[in-house]
Design a protein around this ligand. Sequence first.
Ligand code: ADP
Length: 172
Amino acid sequence: MGASAVYPGSFDPPTLGHVSLVERGLAIFDKLIVAVATNPEKGCLFTADERVELLSESLLDRFPRSRIEIDRFEGLTIDYARRKGAAAVLRGLRATSDFEFEFRLAMMNRHLDKGIHSVFLMADSQWFFISSSTVKEAASLGADISDLVPGPVAARLKAKYPAIGRGAPGPR
Ligand code: ADP
């Protein structure tokens, strides 16, 4: 059996930046377990079930199914990674602003389990500026975000924000 990595996140919602990271993660690992962290449920636009569904719809047709698992977990990522027998936890780095937070997280994870490694991939330059929160904010203001997220996510955002694609709402 080859090495697998857990790719954890909120994925609220999944973006093409996430998809790009999965594609590149699969160039390194034999299998990726893309796992929705369900702890910080409050404040999320989509429920954990919806996020799992959106990930499945966004990833399972693009990549070999034998190499991708979509799951959800509660509690510590490192405990989950151990349960799954993963060799690594995969995370993406965009701006330097991600670094400080990710560095502390990686140090804590190493403290908790020295056998599971944190692996970081730099965001693709095309998706460097994409985050779930900027996509949500732009969508809520009516921006067309269809080239930033997988098709199923664009459809779901459009259902939540019918003004999408019509530009910012004018003065009331
Ligand atoms: P979290 O709330 O755990 O940060 P996110 O869903 O925002 O979860 O992101 C999950 C992981 O994907 C994080 O490691 C994040 O840095 C990475 N990521 C998010 N957007 C991008 C992107 N555009 N390019 C590369 N990696 C990204």
